[in-house]
Design a protein around this ligand. Structure first.
Ligand SMILES: [Cu+2]
Length: 117
């Protein structure tokens, strides 16, 4: 009985050590995979922020329409529409969209706008 218990205990310690090592290995592997993925994902991106003036937008409805139209474009990261200043700030992937695309998208929503330099 006593010997059996010892064997079991030994096995349990061995199993726990094995589990700890495996957890560590898996953790390192996961971090490596995540790191590789995020760095390769970011490599093809050219993030740019552009400021656009749109004096024609006056209310929440305009804001909604403009935002919706810009969102249809590829590579859009962030859109901020300020009704008080009439400024639209867009952060986007320069490799997927251009400033002209943004102006056109706003135009499609029914508003004239221009890039603020
Ligand atoms: Cu409006």
């Amino acid at each position: 009985m006593r010997i059996q218990n010892l064997t079991l205990e030994k096995y349990f310690i061995k199993y726990n050590t094995y589990k700890t090592i495996m957890t560590k290995i898996l953790g390192i592997m996961l971090i490596t995979i995540l790191f590789t993925f995020t760095s390769s994902y970011g490599a093809g991106k050219e993030i740019k922020t552009v400021t656009i003036k749109c004096t024609e937008m006056t209310c929440e409805g305009c804001k909604r329409e403009i935002t919706r139209s810009i969102k249809l474009l590829d590579g859009i990261d962030k859109i901020d529409v300020n009704l008080d200043t009439k400024i639209i700030t867009v952060t986007f992937d320069d490799k997927k969209a251009t400033e002209t695309d943004l102006i056109k998208a706003i135009e499609n929503a029914g508003y004239a706008s221009e890039v603020v330099k």
